[in-house]
Design a protein around this ligand. Sequence first.
Ligand SMILES: Cc1cc2nc3c(=O)[nH]c(=O)nc-3n(C[C@H](O)[C@H](O)[C@H](O)COP(=O)(O)O)c2cc1C
Length: 337
Amino acid sequence: MSDLTTNYMGIPLKNPIIAGASKLTSNLETIKKMEESGAGAVVTASLFEEQVQLERFKMDDEREKTSYRHPEMITVFPELEHAGPKEHLYWVQKTKESLSIPVIGSLNAVHKETWIEYAKRLEETGIDALELNFYASPKQFDRDAVSIEEEQIAILKQIQTEVKIPLSVKLSSFYTNPLHFISRLDQEGVKGFVLFNQLFQPDIDINREKNVFLLHLSRRADNRLPLRYAGLLSGNIRADICSNTGILAGEDIVKMILAGATCVQVVSTLYKNGVEQIGKMLNDLKAWMERKGYGSLDAFRGKMSKQYSKDPWVYTRAQYVKLLMNPKDLLENDPAP
Ligand SMILES: Cc1cc2nc3c(=O)[nH]c(=O)nc-3n(C[C@H](O)[C@H](O)[C@H](O)COP(=O)(O)O)c2cc1C
């Protein structure tokens, strides 16, 4: 009988599948179905800076007794109109009260004041941990990497002084050296790293010559990046690694744990295959462990990380050169979408 339990940020999970933050985790009924399907934990949809700002604009309107509404906020985030921070905090608390699995809150702010105030308020809802989404899409030409990283570290430190629950950080891979930045955050006491966040990009409709914003769901091949970083980081940081992006099936969980992850977050596969996919992924994980004779996740965690890999070149430039010299291998190994 395979033991799927794991420990993420000091929180015991019955298995390594966490339903990641998305529109799906903004609905209590859907979250309950995720729990029924066997999810080990859930991350509630993020509270965004825009929700907080919109509420502030509304309050200013009231005070000034005008009908002015910040037009860009309403146009760009029409759905946020009825989703103020108070409602958000209320349903996060309700979600926590309604579930027996751990509930992780998620905050995606911009201003320091918002980060601190809402980290505290989210903690007050009773959540088990808080995920800080450092969504930093490069857009300024005059800011260097150091100033961006220092600002994010300063925000983390401030939140740590105010909040007692474990903190994880969700990052994009767009850092000059993600390994260095992750190590620094690790030294500051971050308990978990969610690697990686997806930055959503606008597309262009060439007939209408208009920008379009399409929902981008991950493909299998997208998990190569988190896989590589789990393998590089495993054994080199104290915090837990929670792999994210392109984890669509049970075998993808196996890969991430072999590389050194503690757990995984899934979103796209739930959109594509329904929340029942969690149960299927767990069955496939169990079947693989039984076939291989592994009684627990710890028995194979990190076995294929850089630290323990039998092939010392696997995470290095040599592999890249070898692949480019042998494009046949490249095509043969193309993963199914
Ligand atoms: C519709 C949708 C909504 C999302 N909303 C959030 C969110 O509120 N907060 C967040 O941190 N990530 C959000 N994400 C990103 C996911 O949590 C996840 O990081 C990303 O989709 C990659 O994982 P996946 O390959 O399993 O989809 C969202 C993704 C989708 C598709």
